[in-house]
Design a protein around this ligand. Structure first.
Ligand SMILES: [Zn+2]
Length: 322
């Protein structure tokens, strides 16, 4: 199978009551960990590249790594997506350079400016067989170069979604219902603490999601900032010399519920970072004399694979759907 767009994936996910995982890739081990898990579980998967990833690893390296994963996993559909494109030029460069899907994120602009820029990207993308994700509403948190301070986020206004989608022609829509970018999604003041002293974040706004679904029947919805920040990794980081107090994410059962509704794409990045960092820290602590990068990148890659397999089976529900 060659690289595919998300059109067919999303249609099947919408009808089947599951979501496709969109995992951020920055290097070979991450690409391998994600696609080995998806391949073994016969799950469709989206590999996404941010502006920061492109600056770090170079466009060509990332495209070729993803193409290698496609060759190694011929039985599953894989899409290559630009995460948070902020200009027409960046989207165009990815469309011209082998991506099958791009996001134009003009959500920080006015409604009319968001429509104008999104429409411009959609026209170019559709002419080239590429699909477009757009965004309405603003998430809090930090993701690469996207920074929104707590208190400046805003939920998607359901009354705007129909006009936005029909005027832009976008293929999927990211909405803000309380998810957040990064490993510190909520301040302690926004949360309660459970019996173990772990922060429990405020619940997602399913009422906003339901209202959007009602106005856009059959249309694929996307959730950004949907890492669950597994406490086993946070603990590992902190146990082996790290310092990440009160890192907190979105509870997996809430994401599972969203996946059964119209949410067809769930973005996960921080959990990959935590899985790798926790395991590399542990490896260094336990093997202070080792210096071959293969020795510590191997368990890091395995941790990414195990984490992604867990998401596919228990959060996304996309196993066996390839
Ligand atoms: Zn995002």
């Amino acid at each position: 199978m060659a690289l595919v767009t998300t059109t067919e994936m999303f249609k099947k996910a919408y009808d089947g009551g599951y979501a496709v995982g969109a995992f951020n890739v920055n290097n070979m081990e991450i690409v391998q960990g994600i696609t080995e898990a998806a391949g073994e579980l016969k799950s469709p998967v989206i590999l996404q590249v941010s502006k920061g990833a492109r600056a770090y690893a170079n466009h060509t390296y990332l495209v070729k790594l993803v193409e290698a994963a496609v060759i190694e996993n011929p039985e599953i559909p894989i899409a290559l997506h630009l995460d948070h494109g902020d200009t027409f030029e960046l989207c165009k460069s990815c469309i011209d350079g082998g991506f099958t899907s791009v996001m134009i994120d003009a959500s920080s602009k006015s409604f009319e400016e968001n429509i104008a820029l999104t429409k411009q990207v959609v026209e170019y993308a559709h002419d080239h067989g590429v699909v477009v994700e757009a965004e309405l509403g603003t998430l809090a948190g930090i993701e690469d170069e996207v920074v929104v301070e707590a208190g400046h986020e805003s939920y998607t206004r359901p009354e705007e979604v129909e006009e936005f989608v029909s005027r832009t022609g976008c293929d999927s829509l990211a909405i803000a219902i309380g998810t957040s970018h990064g490993a510190y999604k909520f301040t302690a003041a926004q949360c309660t603490r459970n019996a173990d002293g772990i922060l429990v974040p405020p619940p997602l706004r399913f009422d906003v999601l339901e209202e959007c679904i009602k106005r856009l029947p059959g249309f694929p919805i996307v959730l950004h900032g949907s890492s669950s920040v597994p406490q086993e990794f946070v603990k590992m980081v902190n146990q082996y010399g790290g310092n990440m107090p009160d890192a907190v994410g979105i509870p997996e059962e809430q994401l599972r519920k969203a996946a059964t509704l119209a949410v067809c794409k769930i973005n996960i990045d921080s959990d990959i970072r935590l899985a790798m960092t926790g395991n590399i820290r542990k490896y260094f602590a336990e093997h202070p004399d080792h210096f071959d990068p293969r020795q510590y990148l191997k368990p890091a890659r395995q941790a990414v694979k195990d984490m992604v397999a867990h998401k596919i089976k228990y959060v996304l529900g996309s196993d066996g759907k390839a």
